[in-house]
Design a protein around this ligand. Structure first.
Ligand code: ZN
Length: 270
Protein backbone atom coordinates (compact mmCIF):
# COMPACT_ATOMS: atom_id res chain seq x y z
CA UNK A 1 0.00 0.00 0.00
CA UNK A 2 1.21 3.47 -0.82
CA UNK A 3 1.55 5.55 2.25
CA UNK A 4 2.26 9.20 1.80
CA UNK A 5 0.91 10.35 5.17
CA UNK A 6 4.28 11.79 6.20
CA UNK A 7 5.53 12.88 2.80
CA UNK A 8 5.87 16.62 2.29
CA UNK A 9 7.34 18.21 -0.82
CA UNK A 10 9.02 21.60 -0.84
CA UNK A 11 7.62 24.10 -3.30
CA UNK A 12 11.23 24.64 -4.41
CA UNK A 13 11.38 20.98 -5.45
CA UNK A 14 8.72 21.61 -8.08
CA UNK A 15 9.96 25.11 -8.82
CA UNK A 16 8.03 25.62 -12.09
CA UNK A 17 4.71 25.31 -10.18
CA UNK A 18 3.34 28.35 -8.39
CA UNK A 19 1.47 27.89 -5.11
CA UNK A 20 -2.01 27.32 -6.56
CA UNK A 21 -0.61 24.78 -9.04
CA UNK A 22 1.52 23.01 -6.44
CA UNK A 23 -1.46 22.79 -4.06
CA UNK A 24 -3.64 21.28 -6.77
CA UNK A 25 -0.97 18.88 -8.07
CA UNK A 26 0.15 17.67 -4.65
CA UNK A 27 -3.45 17.09 -3.58
CA UNK A 28 -4.19 15.28 -6.85
CA UNK A 29 -1.14 13.10 -6.17
CA UNK A 30 -2.42 12.12 -2.75
CA UNK A 31 0.00 14.27 -0.80
CA UNK A 32 -0.96 16.38 2.18
CA UNK A 33 2.32 18.02 3.22
CA UNK A 34 4.22 20.95 1.77
CA UNK A 35 7.39 22.80 2.65
CA UNK A 36 6.46 26.34 1.71
CA UNK A 37 9.18 28.67 0.45
CA UNK A 38 8.52 32.34 1.07
CA UNK A 39 8.72 33.29 -2.60
CA UNK A 40 5.62 31.18 -3.17
CA UNK A 41 3.64 33.42 -0.81
CA UNK A 42 4.25 36.54 -2.87
CA UNK A 43 1.48 38.06 -4.95
CA UNK A 44 -1.40 37.34 -2.58
CA UNK A 45 -2.16 37.90 1.08
CA UNK A 46 -0.95 35.36 3.63
CA UNK A 47 -4.57 34.67 4.50
CA UNK A 48 -5.30 33.84 0.86
CA UNK A 49 -2.30 31.49 0.79
CA UNK A 50 -3.59 29.77 3.89
CA UNK A 51 -6.98 29.37 2.27
CA UNK A 52 -5.37 27.82 -0.81
CA UNK A 53 -3.57 25.30 1.37
CA UNK A 54 -6.66 24.56 3.45
CA UNK A 55 -8.91 24.19 0.41
CA UNK A 56 -6.60 21.50 -0.97
CA UNK A 57 -6.10 19.72 2.34
CA UNK A 58 -2.42 20.65 2.33
CA UNK A 59 -0.64 21.14 5.65
CA UNK A 60 2.49 23.28 5.67
CA UNK A 61 5.33 21.29 7.22
CA UNK A 62 7.65 24.27 7.35
CA UNK A 63 8.21 27.78 6.09
CA UNK A 64 11.54 28.17 4.29
CA UNK A 65 13.45 30.21 5.12
CA UNK A 66 14.70 32.60 7.77
CA UNK A 67 18.19 33.07 9.13
CA UNK A 68 21.11 34.91 7.49
CA UNK A 69 22.03 36.48 10.81
CA UNK A 70 25.72 37.46 10.37
CA UNK A 71 26.13 41.17 9.78
CA UNK A 72 28.73 43.82 9.04
CA UNK A 73 26.78 46.80 10.36
CA UNK A 74 24.12 47.52 12.97
CA UNK A 75 21.68 48.22 10.15
CA UNK A 76 22.31 44.81 8.64
CA UNK A 77 21.80 43.20 12.02
CA UNK A 78 18.41 44.89 12.40
CA UNK A 79 17.36 44.13 8.83
CA UNK A 80 18.07 40.44 9.44
CA UNK A 81 16.06 40.42 12.66
CA UNK A 82 13.14 42.25 11.03
CA UNK A 83 13.14 39.73 8.20
CA UNK A 84 13.14 36.81 10.60
CA UNK A 85 10.24 38.29 12.57
CA UNK A 86 8.39 38.64 9.28
CA UNK A 87 9.08 35.00 8.41
CA UNK A 88 7.90 33.87 11.84
CA UNK A 89 4.69 35.91 11.44
CA UNK A 90 4.10 34.49 7.97
CA UNK A 91 4.54 30.95 9.28
CA UNK A 92 1.99 31.63 11.99
CA UNK A 93 -0.57 32.95 9.51
CA UNK A 94 -0.26 30.07 7.05
CA UNK A 95 -0.16 27.51 9.88
CA UNK A 96 3.44 26.35 9.45
CA UNK A 97 4.78 25.01 12.76
CA UNK A 98 8.38 26.00 12.07
CA UNK A 99 10.62 28.38 10.19
CA UNK A 100 13.70 26.71 8.74
CA UNK A 101 16.81 28.77 9.46
CA UNK A 102 19.61 28.92 6.93
CA UNK A 103 21.78 30.62 9.46
CA UNK A 104 24.08 32.62 7.19
CA UNK A 105 27.78 33.38 6.89
CA UNK A 106 29.89 36.17 5.53
CA UNK A 107 33.18 35.56 3.76
CA UNK A 108 34.75 38.54 5.49
CA UNK A 109 33.83 37.28 8.98
CA UNK A 110 35.48 34.34 10.69
CA UNK A 111 33.26 31.30 11.08
CA UNK A 112 33.42 31.73 14.84
CA UNK A 113 32.27 35.36 14.51
CA UNK A 114 29.45 34.33 12.17
CA UNK A 115 28.35 31.68 14.66
CA UNK A 116 28.35 34.27 17.43
CA UNK A 117 26.05 36.49 15.34
CA UNK A 118 23.85 33.48 14.58
CA UNK A 119 23.55 32.53 18.24
CA UNK A 120 22.66 36.12 19.19
CA UNK A 121 20.24 36.41 16.28
CA UNK A 122 18.40 33.23 17.17
CA UNK A 123 18.25 34.26 20.82
CA UNK A 124 16.67 37.57 19.73
CA UNK A 125 13.92 35.75 17.83
CA UNK A 126 12.83 33.29 20.50
CA UNK A 127 10.37 35.50 22.39
CA UNK A 128 8.64 36.45 19.15
CA UNK A 129 8.54 32.86 17.91
CA UNK A 130 7.07 31.78 21.22
CA UNK A 131 4.46 34.54 21.16
CA UNK A 132 3.02 33.24 17.89
CA UNK A 133 3.68 29.54 18.51
CA UNK A 134 6.22 28.93 15.75
CA UNK A 135 9.44 26.96 16.26
CA UNK A 136 12.82 27.85 14.80
CA UNK A 137 14.59 24.97 13.05
CA UNK A 138 18.33 25.39 12.63
CA UNK A 139 19.32 23.64 9.42
CA UNK A 140 23.05 22.84 9.34
CA UNK A 141 24.33 23.21 5.78
CA UNK A 142 27.09 21.23 4.09
CA UNK A 143 30.47 22.93 4.70
CA UNK A 144 30.77 23.77 1.00
CA UNK A 145 28.37 26.59 1.88
CA UNK A 146 30.35 27.84 4.87
CA UNK A 147 31.56 30.94 3.04
CA UNK A 148 28.26 32.70 2.48
CA UNK A 149 25.27 30.53 3.36
CA UNK A 150 25.86 29.00 6.75
CA UNK A 151 28.56 28.85 9.37
CA UNK A 152 26.52 26.10 11.03
CA UNK A 153 27.65 22.98 9.21
CA UNK A 154 27.02 20.07 11.55
CA UNK A 155 24.33 18.82 13.90
CA UNK A 156 27.00 19.21 16.59
CA UNK A 157 27.29 22.95 15.98
CA UNK A 158 23.50 23.28 16.01
CA UNK A 159 23.47 21.41 19.32
CA UNK A 160 26.11 23.78 20.69
CA UNK A 161 23.97 26.80 19.74
CA UNK A 162 20.85 25.28 21.27
CA UNK A 163 22.79 24.51 24.45
CA UNK A 164 23.26 28.28 24.72
CA UNK A 165 19.82 29.56 23.67
CA UNK A 166 17.55 26.82 25.05
CA UNK A 167 15.54 24.22 23.21
CA UNK A 168 11.94 25.03 23.95
CA UNK A 169 11.42 27.02 20.72
CA UNK A 170 14.57 26.11 18.83
CA UNK A 171 15.19 22.77 17.17
CA UNK A 172 17.09 21.25 14.26
CA UNK A 173 16.13 20.45 10.69
CA UNK A 174 18.27 17.47 9.69
CA UNK A 175 18.77 17.49 5.92
CA UNK A 176 20.52 14.37 4.65
CA UNK A 177 22.19 16.34 1.84
CA UNK A 178 24.04 18.46 4.35
CA UNK A 179 24.89 15.97 7.09
CA UNK A 180 25.47 12.56 5.50
CA UNK A 181 29.28 12.88 5.47
CA UNK A 182 29.67 13.77 9.16
CA UNK A 183 31.64 11.18 11.18
CA UNK A 184 29.96 12.49 14.36
CA UNK A 185 26.47 12.20 12.92
CA UNK A 186 25.14 9.33 14.99
CA UNK A 187 26.37 10.70 18.30
CA UNK A 188 25.13 14.21 17.57
CA UNK A 189 21.68 13.01 16.51
CA UNK A 190 21.47 11.09 19.76
CA UNK A 191 22.64 14.21 21.62
CA UNK A 192 19.99 16.26 19.77
CA UNK A 193 17.20 13.89 20.77
CA UNK A 194 13.86 15.69 20.68
CA UNK A 195 15.54 18.78 19.23
CA UNK A 196 15.20 17.14 15.81
CA UNK A 197 12.01 18.73 14.48
CA UNK A 198 12.59 18.50 10.72
CA UNK A 199 13.90 15.86 8.34
CA UNK A 200 14.73 16.73 4.72
CA UNK A 201 15.66 14.23 2.01
CA UNK A 202 17.18 14.17 -1.47
CA UNK A 203 20.42 12.57 -2.68
CA UNK A 204 24.06 13.44 -3.44
CA UNK A 205 25.06 12.88 -7.05
CA UNK A 206 28.46 11.77 -8.29
CA UNK A 207 29.62 13.85 -9.96
CA UNK A 208 27.76 16.89 -8.69
CA UNK A 209 27.81 19.40 -11.53
CA UNK A 210 26.48 22.39 -9.63
CA UNK A 211 26.85 22.86 -5.88
CA UNK A 212 23.44 24.43 -5.55
CA UNK A 213 21.12 23.09 -8.20
CA UNK A 214 22.22 19.53 -8.92
CA UNK A 215 20.69 17.41 -6.21
CA UNK A 216 19.35 13.96 -6.91
CA UNK A 217 16.10 12.18 -6.19
CA UNK A 218 16.36 9.77 -3.27
CA UNK A 219 18.11 6.59 -4.43
CA UNK A 220 20.08 8.28 -7.21
CA UNK A 221 23.13 9.03 -5.11
CA UNK A 222 25.36 7.86 -2.30
CA UNK A 223 23.48 8.95 0.83
CA UNK A 224 22.32 6.24 3.23
CA UNK A 225 18.93 7.89 3.60
CA UNK A 226 17.24 4.97 5.36
CA UNK A 227 20.11 4.75 7.81
CA UNK A 228 19.87 8.44 8.69
CA UNK A 229 16.09 8.17 8.93
CA UNK A 230 16.52 5.35 11.44
CA UNK A 231 18.87 7.48 13.54
CA UNK A 232 16.45 10.42 13.42
CA UNK A 233 13.43 8.29 14.26
CA UNK A 234 15.28 6.63 17.12
CA UNK A 235 15.08 10.07 18.79
CA UNK A 236 11.29 9.79 18.64
CA UNK A 237 10.88 11.96 15.54
CA UNK A 238 7.66 11.12 13.69
CA UNK A 239 7.15 14.36 11.77
CA UNK A 240 7.09 15.17 8.08
CA UNK A 241 9.66 13.75 5.72
CA UNK A 242 10.30 16.73 3.46
CA UNK A 243 11.59 16.23 -0.07
CA UNK A 244 13.80 19.18 -0.93
CA UNK A 245 15.51 18.86 -4.30
CA UNK A 246 17.13 21.74 -6.15
CA UNK A 247 17.71 20.52 -9.67
CA UNK A 248 18.01 22.42 -12.92
CA UNK A 249 17.82 19.01 -14.59
CA UNK A 250 14.48 18.04 -13.04
CA UNK A 251 12.98 21.54 -13.20
CA UNK A 252 13.39 21.28 -16.99
CA UNK A 253 11.31 18.07 -17.12
CA UNK A 254 7.58 17.38 -16.94
CA UNK A 255 6.74 18.17 -13.30
CA UNK A 256 3.84 15.71 -13.18
CA UNK A 257 6.14 12.84 -14.08
CA UNK A 258 8.77 14.18 -11.71
CA UNK A 259 6.31 14.22 -8.81
CA UNK A 260 5.49 10.57 -9.57
CA UNK A 261 9.22 9.77 -9.58
CA UNK A 262 9.55 11.46 -6.19
CA UNK A 263 6.68 9.43 -4.76
CA UNK A 264 8.15 6.18 -6.07
CA UNK A 265 11.61 7.07 -4.76
CA UNK A 266 10.09 7.90 -1.37
CA UNK A 267 8.54 4.45 -1.14
CA UNK A 268 11.66 2.66 -2.34
CA UNK A 269 14.52 4.57 -0.76
CA UNK A 270 13.31 6.57 2.26
ZN1 ZN B 1 16.82 21.27 3.79
Amino acid sequence: MDNFDRLAVHTMTTKPWDLPTACAKYAEGGLSGMGVWRQWLEGRSLEESRMLLDDHGITPASLVRGGFFPYATVDEKQTALDDNFKAIDAAAVIGAPQVVLVCGAKPDLSLAESRKHITEGIASCIAHAKSVGVKLAIEPLHPMYADCRSAVNTIGQANDIIDQVGDEWVGIAADVYHIWWDPQLEGEIIRAGSRIIGFHVCDWLTPTNDFLNDRGIMGEGCINIRGIRQLVEATGFQGWIEVEIFSDRYWATDQDKYLTQIKNAYLQHV
